[in-house]
Design a protein around this ligand. Sequence first.
Ligand code: ATP
Length: 434
Amino acid sequence: MSATAGNASGAGAGAEVIAGLARLPGGCELLALATEREDVALVGGAVRDLLLARTPRELDVVVDGAAAAFAQELADALAALGGGAPSSTGHQRFGTALVVWEGGRIDIAERRAESYPSPGALPEVRAGTLEEDLARRDFTVNAIAVPLSGRLAGELLCAEHAQEDLREGRLRVLHEGSFLDDPTRLLRLARYSARLGFEAEPRTAELAREALAAGALDTVSRARIGAELRLALAESDAVAALGAISELGALAAIERRLRLDESLARRALALLPGDGRPDLLLMASLLLPLSIDPDEDPEPVMFELLDGLEFTAGDRECVMRTALVAPGLFKELSLAAKPSEMHEALSAHTIEAIALGGAMGEGTSSVTAEAEIWFERLRHVHLEITGQDLLDAGIPAGPQVGWRLTHALARKLDGELGGGREAELTAALELDVR
Ligand code: ATP
């Protein structure tokens, strides 16, 4: 593939991108720095999004070497604006650097060319031209750049078909071997199709099906699959992204028992309070078929899967506890009649598990309603008194202090106490522990 220099419409589109860039946080500083050198170009998703009149989530920039130094200059220019201090981090080995500040995030990479020593392996990388940098990309709509300086400043450079694919809403790989070289592109295909509402171009769709059927996802490390899966889970409509991955057959290729129940997932997300983790809830929902499989101990299977996908230990624990507990919580919720019984059933569990368990109650709407009541009214109910108040009242130290507090909380939850510490203390002291 060769990148084609912009024609008349390319130049117009390039100007549109530059105007859009100037309106974004950090855009003017980037453009100003670019005028001092020849090699700075905006690339990939940022150009695509500006041409689609969408706001890029981040800016991707390439330079001809010394990415870290450029990132530092950019961070200094942004710092001069005041506000939160930008941080710039460079990865010398990968020739990449990142500037993060309160206004956003700019990824800087040294232009490179890539070749794949074997299917699914990490590519071998060397310094390259802008054209070569575009040729290593996943889809035509991402193989697109606007140099911000130098001879071609303001031109749109792109892979063949890129502009028509953008216009028509098509995802097209750059060459026949693309999915075999890097099978994570299968997940990217589904994620972009859900996010942008684009369709795979027919030959690309065929190549994706062939790659999956040939077991391409087995040739790539689980860590890289996990990284792409996490990007899907972080999409603003993650259910749609997972839906597209599932429809493509890529979910089952990761683990045959993973299943997406879209309506369950959406109901659970609707229940989840703002301090919950939608990504972990969704991941847990995919694992539900494992947790109700009577023939296998689900815990080691889930552990191995999530560990291989390189979920952090904390996230893995939350996903597993959510997936393992939710089906049982659904049953317990359907039996709990009073708030104190709901507290007993729910208080030890993750909010993700409660949302998922509550959402499993479609048709048993009382279960969903109970989860809602728990989140809105009950989960933050606490006693004003503490164990020390009971000790001060003459209760000997030991397990009965806990029993009495639990009893008082149950009565408070069930609305049986007038407000205030005195009522709580009376309730705690009334328990007969003989
Ligand atoms: P986002 O809007 O989520 O930031 P993006 O399109 O910028 O999306 P990134 O994952 O940030 O995507 O990647 C930046 C660019 O790097 C992409 O536009 C694409 O050109 C390229 N890219 C990323 N991963 C791959 C891959 N596996 N194969 C080829 N190109 C890739």
